[in-house]
Structures are given as structure tokens and as C-alpha cells.
Design a protein. Sequence first.
Length: 349
Amino acid sequence: MHACRRRLAGFLALCLLGSLFAQAQTAAPATPPEHRRSTDQTFLTYPEWFLVHSPAEFAAFTQAHNPSDFPFLGHIGQFWGSYRKVFVEVRRAGYPWNGGYHLMIVVIGTSTTVEYALRAVYETLIGRLTELTRSHGFTAEDQYAARVAQEYVDFIRVQPWYKFDFAARLRGLWRETPWTGPDLLRKWERKYILTTEYLAKGLYGWLIGKATGATYDAPLLVTAIVVDREPKPLGPQLPDLKILSRLPDGAFLVTVPRYEPFQIYARALAQQGLSFREIAGNNTVILTTLLAPKAWKDNDPTRRVLFTQPIITQPGLQRVALILPVAGLAKAFGEFDRQGVRVEHVYDY
């Protein structure tokens, strides 16, 4: 009899929690409509950001390794594999179909597949051959390419790739690297392929920029957050926190920069002990990627692993795409730090 009562009490408690959860999800967001973005965006932005993560891996790799050894084909597989996981999750969750965004992902994925395939073929057949002719280590052109690769990554973390000034890097290639010197065959082969790359990307980026400007409105560069109490100033290094209003229940509506800076500001707010009630009008889930050892496991039942990817150039390290509650993001920052796991990116819709 007592066991039956306990089971009944547990069932009623679950029903009550389910009811409260449903009410929380159906309540009107406190975030103004102009700052709201649909929940599916936290998933659909991942393939775009993989095209930041991949160049970042390339830039780090080529500081000390030959570009011919970079796993271009492996990254093609990772892009499409992760998009499949995202596609399935969006369909499973029942989000409205976002045909325009899916089309954009397919377009950028296809262009990247073509680019990476061509680079893999060229670097394997030609680049590797000229690498073998070197007798003095990396040429000035090798070093210049590695530096530009890092500059490109730093830029696209906060700006669209097509706004990167490839023309300036093309001029720099011919002005900043000598025309003569050791390993002449490698030098001029690198000048040729880098000229081709910067010129092609510059022209393609110019076309994409024109088409984007004619088709889409300029993206909002801030993310609105509802935090449970008033945040303190974050200091001169993080000056872009803006308090918009105080809500009737004592919470505060604020804005912080979007994209890469979002996680920096979100972490700073979490360190003040604040918790997030809404991010871009969402109070359900948000996608985060972590860089963790392969043996790492997440034991928090409120979070779910969407997929994992090995960091191919760093054996033993993996990328973990984790779905977690918006309300649990602030606490998660501290947990991951204590576990020695690095937050790679928070996908703020």
C-alpha cells in the first residue's frame, strides 16, 4: 500500500513538473520581438561555425606542419556528418522547416567541399613535391601563408568571411616575401598557389557580398539576454554590455555582442553568479561545443551529447556538441572549467 502511494506521489510530481515546464515554454518571452531568434538557429548555425573551426585547425596546424599533411578530406566528411546530425535533431524536435537556411548550408558546404578537394589534390601532387625540394625549412611564403591563415580565422570569428581583405594579403605576398633566396622552386610554387587562392577567394567573396547585401538585411550584431538580477559592469575590456530594462520580477534585459564574443560576455556574467532565463528569446535549449579528451564523459542528466568529432590533427582530443538548458549554461561554464574541458563555442542562435 505504501509502495503504491509512493508511486502515485511520484507520478503526480512528474505531472506537476511537466505542467510547469510546459507553462515555462509557452509563456511569452520577455525579450522584445526584434531581438528574438528561433530555437532551431542554435543547431543550424553549427555547420557555418564548422567553417570557422576547420580553418582554425588549419591555421594552428600549419604553424609547424606542411599544408600537404592537413586532412582536407577528413574535414569534408566532418562537415556533412555534423550537418546530418543537426538536420535530424531539428526534424526530431519539430521546429518549423527553415528552407532558406538549409539551402545556405548546402551552398557553403558544396563550395567548401570543392575547395577542400582541389586543395587536397594539389597539395598531395604538387605541394608535397616542392616540399621535398626544400633544404632550409619553411620559406618566407610558407610563413606568410600561415600568418594569413591565422589572420583569416581571427577575422571570421566576428565578421563574415567574404569581408576579409584578400586583395591586401595578395599585395602583401608580393611585397613582403623576397623574390630570390634559398629553395627557389618552393618559393615560386607557393607564390603561384597563394596568388591563385587569394585572387579566387577575393573575387568570389566580392560576388557573395554583393548577393548577400541585395538579398538579406544586415544581421543583428547583438544578442539579448534576460538575467535573473542586475549585472555589474564587466570592466573596460568588455564595454559592450548594455542594460535595456528592468523587468517586473526583478530580472534584467541586457544585450551583449553576438557570435564569438557572446561566450566571453556570457562567461563573465556567469562569474558574477547570474543565471540566464532567456537568450535571444529562447528559454529551452542551446548548443555548445567543447574540446575535451576522448575519455571525457558528461554525467549531467540535463544535458545531451548530439555528436562528437575527433580533432584529426590532435590525436586524443575530440569536439563534443552538447545540448544543454539555457538556464543551465551559467553553471556549466564553471563545471567545464573544473573538469579541464574548454568551451569552444556557444551557438547563440
